[in-house]
Design a protein around this ligand. Sequence first.
Ligand SMILES: [Zn+2]
Length: 122
Amino acid sequence: MKKHKVIITANQGQEQRIEVEIIHLNTKARVVKSIQLFLGFLFLAALSILVPVMHFVLVPTLLLLAMILPFLNMKNDKALTAQNISCPKCKAKIHFKTKSFSNEVKNFCVACHTQVKIIFKA
Ligand SMILES: [Zn+2]
């Protein structure tokens, strides 16, 4: 796995340069993920037909998301492996799960309740 330099910040505070392992997702991996997203939302939309009254809102919303999100996901060509990264504020370990992203990943430090952001710079 290749290490990449990224910038980590806590609540727009001071920036810190760290190295994390980043997976590059190829087109096939992204298409598979997008199809999964599409089918997932289609399934949720089908399920929400059963919810009384709320289905007037839920079904169109979920169908719309099923159309839009897979396209947005195609931009996410990177993913993080599960890894522990020190919080820039309190130094507690934050567990970053595998998440696809294009430029930045947000997470939350449970120890000091700070939003931590990892920004990828090519
Ligand atoms: Zn913290």
